[in-house]
Design a protein around this ligand. Sequence first.
Ligand SMILES: Cc1ncc(COP(=O)(O)O)c(C=O)c1O
Length: 398
Amino acid sequence: MVGLAADWLTSAANTNMFTYEIAPVFVLLEYVTLRKMREMVGWPGGCGDGIFSPGGAISNMYAMLIARFKMFPEVKEKGMAAIPRLVAFTSEHSHFSVKKGAAALGIGTDSVILIRCDERGKMIPSDLERRIVEAKQKGFVPFLVSATAGTTVYGAFDPLIAIADICKKYKVWMHVDGAWGGGLLMSRKHKWKLNGIERANSVTWNPHKMMGVPLQCSALLVREEGLMQSCNQMHASYLFQQDKHYDLSYDTGDKALQCGRHVDVFKLWLMWRAKGTTGFEAQIDKCLELAEYLYNKIKNREGYEMVFDGKPQHTNVCFWYIPPSLRGMEDSEERTSRLMKVAPVIKARMMEYGTTMVSYQPLGDKVNFFRMVISNPAATHQDIDFLIDEIERLGQDL
Ligand SMILES: Cc1ncc(COP(=O)(O)O)c(C=O)c1O
């Protein structure tokens, strides 16, 4: 309700984030909120820079843009032809936006090297190091490692400390895509999963995911102050006049890629004021507890197979429902091809009945499995019970 009220007020004000004179209060709120988020990441005194961008995909692209500029500032004027062949590294389970950013920035998707993951979906640091060395031997320049804190499908947290050591050794920019997992920084119980994030050069954190802030609300946080400004500024003289009567550092618009920029901060700021960090913490802990409840309920239940062993680290619970006709059947091509069709049919039936909905996907060599993700703090244990009943009701004849 608080987020919704703030969203309404934001629309009523209908202003623009490019200059202080046009959005003085919102610019100041962005300043304090980003500082607070950087503090929670663990950067001393909340120092650094950042911006609210139109989503995690764009925040990740900003990180790539700034990392490239840090290494080769001349790229801004001269373009890619003036610099050596760059390569970025991210895990095979990372979000597709890393590749999309590379395509948009002219780096190319072939220059994004996918690092192997372990069975829990975490990046394997030794494979990262091996691929960095290999790329250097080929004459490429490694400029960015994008680690993920909370992968989209498994909800896995990459080992950030080991990755930070490698980035330091090879002098590569370390980005942490915490679009999904960043919210866990609010929780005393779960924030250890992001240990090492304080060593990142940049972090993506989407309050519009786990923290329930109305869309859109995504922050890109950067450790080094001033870099975003030099990377993106164009000094448009009709907006950023240098002879204004106030402190020009509050005209933050020129560090964005956009000209006009939506006010995304107010929803988050007002929700944070209303419920406090402990309120967000309770909300997040509850969602994780519900995910654990689901996991405990199905892990040994007849007709279910977990996609990976052990308790999920985030709220992603990945599983197959095995209908009675497939139970006890040996692992064979026929079983695999029939199992592949189970989740899509159950989901389609859920949509037809209009009772509930749960996402599915294949991943690597794993055929379609359900991925239940809980981010709505209004969800209850009864909702989870209902989901299981519904899967069984709709899938028993398959
Ligand atoms: C890990 C991760 N990064 C980035 C994104 C993209 O975020 P957005 O949808 O806000 O662009 C997602 C979206 O699911 C994600 O899971």
